[in-house]
Design a protein around this ligand. Structure first.
Ligand code: 13P
Length: 251
């Protein structure tokens, strides 16, 4: 598969609307569009309106959704509400799974709802430290893929992205080595090829991605982008990561 990159910034519960707007404008000044490069940021819900349509080079995603179109679900946001504000949506981020107890079944319902409403889900998987240390990484990832991506229609694979984020590497400063990441990415790629032959689903790596490790991670054969947390909150570091992708695309 020819290399293309999605460089995505998950802002988690950071930035107001005004801060988000300022960030997107500054970021857009910092890089030039290039074939094969997509840049996206995932602000909190409350900032989506503020960044909508600001610059075509910076695509917008939401961090979560509920799977119903509307109803008595206090505090939830539906895919119908999101589709005018966001192009992408994170589904099954480990913080949603762990802190908010989302099950594989919840995640699957969210993924299918996102697809139904024309959004592009970024479906997240990842193992815990104890699963890695006991040699259960691939079992865990495969289980998440089997359950979370169940029932996807053939024509919908084109809108799906998968993000591999080992939980032990998130916010810890301890990133997977490029080799560890590549091994899991290769397994995910094989799973995808079996499930949807000919698909072009991008598989991103996430977990302590920084300007000083992004080039080596992005250079791995089966890594097609990164999902960046902490380092996406500053224009300087996020744009340095984007430039790693540009360097490789131009090589
Ligand atoms: P950090 O880059 O802060 O480790 O976060 C990764 C992440 O969870 C992105 O979704």
């Amino acid at each position: 598969m020819r290399k293309e990159y999605l460089i995505a910034g998950n802002w988690k519960m950071f930035k107001t609307g005004a801060e988000s707007r300022e960030f997107v404008q500054a970021l857009a000044r910092d890089f030039t569009a290039a074939p094969g490069l997509t840049v996206a940021v995932f602000p909190p819900y409350t900032a989506l309106e503020a960044v909508r349509g600001l610059d075509p080079k910076v695509r917008i995603g939401a961090q979560n959704l509920f799977y119903k179109e509307n109803g008595a679900f206090t505090g939830e946001i539906s895919p119908l509400m999101l589709r005018d504000l966001a192009e992408y949506v994170l589904v099954g981020h480990s913080e949603r799974r762990q802190i908010f107890h989302e099950s594989d079944e919840d995640v699957n319902l969210k993924l299918l709802a996102a697809l139904q409403f024309g959004l592009k889900p970024v479906f997240c998987v990842g193992e815990t430290l104890s699963e890695r240390e006991s040699g259960r990484t691939m079992d865990r990832i495969q289980g998440q893929l089997d359950k979370g991506l169940a029932g996807v229609n053939e024509e919908d694979w084109a809108r799906i992205t998968v993000a591999y984020e080992p939980i032990w590497a998130i916010g810890t400063g301890r990133n997977a080595t490029p080799g560890q990441a590549q091994d899991v990415h290769h397994a995910i790629r094989s799973w995808l090829n079996e499930k949807a032959p000919g698909n072009r689903v991008k598989v991103l790596y996430g977990g302590s991605v920084k300007p000083d490790n992004s080039l080596e991670l992005l250079a791995q054969e089966d890594i097609f982008g990164v999902l960046v947390g902490g380092a996406s909150l500053k224009v300087e570091s996020f744009s340095a990561i984007i430039h790693s992708g540009l360097t490789l695309l131009n090589a």
